[in-house]
Design a protein around this ligand. Structure first.
Ligand code: FE2
Ligand code: FE2
Length: 212
């Protein structure tokens, strides 16, 4: 974790979302997003510094939920500023992470830089059964159903072909693929736009079949 304050913010943010009935957005989610965002930029040949900033953006991107789900990308950017200032980061790095966090939920059509592109893909790609908290009550919530049905999730990046692939194994007894599309159509569009900002291509495979 970036520092003790970040860990505390994430704990309270996740607890708030838990009480709202959302899937897990805590330490597990932010660590996966951080490591995927770092990996995406490293494998695509971006420099170590940018990859590290993407990792930090991944760790801090959902802290804004501490102050309410709505606009959490903006409050999160401001909380990241406070944390990074305390850690002594240069202003340019702070603003890079802030602007990545600002667009992670809705880019409004602009992906300002590669750090933002990597964060968007890493965040949208975290679909997995382990994020579901109400495992005995998944029927009524499509998000819970789709996440619970995802028994395997693998994000791979091929340096040569610049191909970013999300491979999901979905248990169609729990959630039909059409459920997945209802939820993730916009997300996958965002991933494709983000990949093109990285001069790469994004592909989604469900149960071995290419979907997008
Ligand atoms: Fe978020
Ligand atoms: Fe997230």
């Amino acid at each position: 974790m970036a520092n003790g304050k970040a860990a505390l913010y994430i704990e309270f943010a996740d607890d708030f979302l838990k009480q709202l009935g959302y899937t897990e957005h805590g330490p597990r989610h932010v660590k996966i997003v951080a490591s995927s965002a770092y990996k995406i930029l490293k494998k695509l040949g971006f420099d170590e510094k940018e990859a590290c900033l993407a990792g930090l953006a991944g760790l801090l991107h959902d802290t804004g939920n501490l102050l309410g789900r709505n606009e959490h990308q903006r409050t999160g950017a401001l909380l990241a500023k406070e944390i990074m200032e305390e850690l002594g980061y240069p202003l340019r790095d702070i603003v890079t992470v802030m602007t990545a966090i600002m667009v992670h939920d809705d880019s409004e059509g602009v992906i300002p830089h590669p750090v933002a592109g990597a964060l968007i893909i890493a965040d949208k790609a975290d679909v997995h059964r382990s994020r579901v908290r109400k495992v005995n009550d998944i029927k009524g919530d499509i998000h819970d159903r789709v996440n619970y049905a995802a028994t395997e999730s693998d994000l791979s990046v091929d340096s040569e072909s610049r191909l970013i692939k999300l491979n999901l194994v979905i248990d169609t007894r729990i959630s039909h693929v059409i459920d997945y599309f209802e939820i993730f159509l916009t997300r996958m569009k965002g991933c494709r736009e983000a990949a093109s900002r990285l001069e790469a291509e994004f592909q989604l495979f469900i149960n071995g079949t290419r979907m997008a």
